[in-house]
Design a binder for this molecule. Structure first.
Ligand SMILES: Cc1ncc(COP(=O)(O)O)c(C=O)c1O
Length: 414
């Protein structure tokens, strides 16, 4: 039994975590077999080989969609969705200030202007009311980021989008098999975008997928072409007419091959992460000074990471002291996620998407001030991030909980 004031390891007390965390191999014989088959095709081009096609077929089966397009990265997937949605010069796109820059790159390459909505302080996802408040006559689309495996509140977001005639692109790079009221995220908006970079639930080294949720063949054709220089490659016909710009974001057969094998592991990976994250919440949810990573009832989070917040009014320490003490207990953790909201990056502060230019920001004169999204700023100042990994054991998770409980009890204000 822990007493409230058990000495912390950082002060010379005994450590909570005395055994190494579980590890494992992400790639094995299944990937090797697929890769050898890919090479034996004597082509690594997605249109001539069968691996990317099979990867997408498996993806479509898992997600219950008719059409999807493979890309070279998650960033590319989002750019492709924006291009397919018709986002163009001077349009505004509403998105989240806590995300990877991959969410923003396609917006700016289309010469559209990112506009940031504030977040729910508990789920760290976009607040529908804040989205609606940021809509102007220039708004063309919303890129909804489902952060860390947790679903954004899609019903009101879709209702707002339909009312204002906006396209919805779901950024699911961190959220495989995440469920919103029983539905898989990535299938609710117009497009769902996924990343298979090496840090995600599944990896093809790099890569991505865009789902085309209208199920319309014409939408699929536009999306497919936007990932392939606007070449229209269907069956044996190739149409090369260039009406507008599109990048080359093609996936290779090698990535497709690894993806086929990785998708077979996806359910197991996500289920394990879901159980582990929810177990952490059950273990730390009622501690003073701690606000657990909130998942709305009826949703399923697949925890790309676990992020709790500190209520520093209830603790006698700073966040840095808390994190260092937890680290000394043998529990790896990080202060916050990205260092600051994305609009505090020099690119937004100096409005320089391109060197020696303020384009496209100058089209509207937009500026990005500190305080624009107060909840998002405060989340990053008070959050503590824990890695979650499917190779961890239940004992590892229980040790994480015990470490947090010990440190929180020590620093509890009485
Ligand atoms: C939320 C989010 N969106 C987009 C991306 C971009 O994906 P990629 O690195 O595959 O380009 C990432 C990757 O880190 C991400 O976490």
């Amino acid at each position: 039994m822990l007493t409230n004031r058990e000495p912390l390891a950082i002060h010379g007390g005994s450590k909570v975590k005395t055994t190494p965390f579980g590890t494992g191999k992400r790639f094995g014989f299944e990937e090797v077999t697929e890769l050898v088959e890919a090479l034996n095709q004597n082509t690594l081009f997605y249109h001539f080989g069968g691996k990317v096609k099979q990867f997408l077929q498996s993806f479509n089966d898992i997600y219950g969609v008719r059409y999807s397009v493979a890309t070279s990265s998650g960033t590319a997937a989002i750019h492709v969705a924006l291009g397919a949605a018709g986002v163009s010069v001077g349009d505004e796109v509403i998105t989240s200030p806590i995300t990877d820059q991959g969410t923003l790159i396609g917006i700016l390459y289309q010469n559209a202007i990112p506009v940031f909505a504030d977040l729910n302080p508990h789920t760290y996802n976009m607040d529908p009311q804040s989205i609606e408040a940021r809509i102007t006559e220039r708004t063309k689309a919303i890129v909804v980021v489902h952060l860390a495996g947790n679903a954004a509140d899609m019903d009101p977001i879709m209702e707002i989008a339909r009312r204002h005639n906006l396209k919805v692109i779901e950024d699911c790079a961190q959220s495989y098999l995440t469920k919103y009221k029983g539905r898989l995220v990535g299938t609710i908006g117009d497009y769902g975008c996924f990343s298979t970079n090496d840090f995600k639930h599944i990896s093809t080294g790099d890569g991505g997928v865009v789902t085309v949720n209208s199920g319309e063949e014409a939408d699929y054709h536009v999306t497919h072409a936007f990932a392939d220089k606007n070449y229209q490659r269907f069956g044996s016909s190739v149409q090369r007419d260039l009406h507008y710009l599109a990048p080359n974001y093609r996936m290779t057969e090698l990535q497709g091959a690894v993806g086929i094998a990785q998708l077979k592991k996806l359910h197991g990976i996500c289920e394990r992460r879901r159980q582990y994250g929810d177990r952490i919440t059950a273990g730390i949810g009622r501690l003073p000074g701690i606000q657990a990573h909130h998942v709305e009832p009826g949703n399923e989070c697949t925890y790309w990471f676990y992020m709790f917040r500190l209520n520093l009014d209830e603790l006698t320490c700073t966040r840095t002291e808390f994190c260092k003490a937890l680290e000394a207990e043998g529990i790896p953790n990080m202060e916050g996620y990205i260092p600051d909201v994305v609009y505090m990056q020099p690119l937004f502060q100096k409005r320089t998407a391109y060197p020696n230019s303020h384009y496209p920001f100058e089209l509207t004169g937009i500026t990005y001030e500190r305080g624009l999204c107060p909840n998002a700023e405060s989340i990053l100042q008070t959050a503590v991030r824990l890695p979650v990994n499917e190779f961890y054991t239940e004992k590892d998770i229980d040790d994480m909980i015990a470490g947090i409980r010990k440190v929180a009890s020590f620093y509890e204000k009485r």
